[in-house]
Design a binder for this molecule. Sequence first.
Ligand code: 6PG
Length: 255
Amino acid sequence: MAAVSVFPSQSELGAALARLVAEAAAEAVASSGRFTLGLSGGSMVPLLARELPPALRAVPGSDPSRWLVAFCDERLVPPEHPESTGGAYRAQLLSQFDAPPQVLWVRSELGPAEAARDYEEQLRKAFPGQAPPRFDALLLGVGPDGHTASLFPGHALLQEQDSLVSFLEDSPKPPPQRVTMTLPLLNAAQSLLVVAMGASKAPVIKRILQQQQQQQQQELPPAPAARLRPRSGRLRWLLDREAAAELSGDPGKGP
Ligand code: 6PG
């Protein structure tokens, strides 16, 4: 059963998310010498850019220079394009670090199929002996249609069980050409932290959490984000009050 935390505001959610990342980083760096983190685009970029640097200053040993950062998905546009997730993190977050992390960049200039193949090769090399790679933490968002990363409802990519990374050229959310981690890679993670904020997400969050609860009895749920089920890791939903508005009862307060 996934943990669901609801926060009164986006800034309180962001601060809690940043603290979870900083604490996971300190633990991973202390135990294995590095912290491996996957990031998503959209509203997560400014949220982390604002909240992560102060959280890292507050948590000893969370040292971003010891991190390996990758992207749960990436739009296939040039890095300087305003829609580039990597470009946005480079400008808004990574630029704040005196000693930046190692980053696995999606090479958008290669085109969809080659960029996906190249990214998978980068990942396999970065996680020697791990098949599939087990990220310490993957941070994901959810779209109003239930997509996560660039895995969209009804898309053939949801069936992918072999590749760690794949591509699409028909994303319903622009830009259309993207590279994305697949469910086998996402569900291999030690920790999945899924963020949803705003009233537009309330209906889909209700649907997803219901589908996740029913999943034991029925075939795979339609919403891609409802298919997030870490094989041996932890799944945690971080919602602001607006996104949790349609959940019944007391879905849990912030940590
Ligand atoms: C992307 C994403 C995507 C995003 C969701 C939620 O690059 O578009 O990684 O999966 O996380 O669409 O985006 P918002 O949080 O901005 O609504």
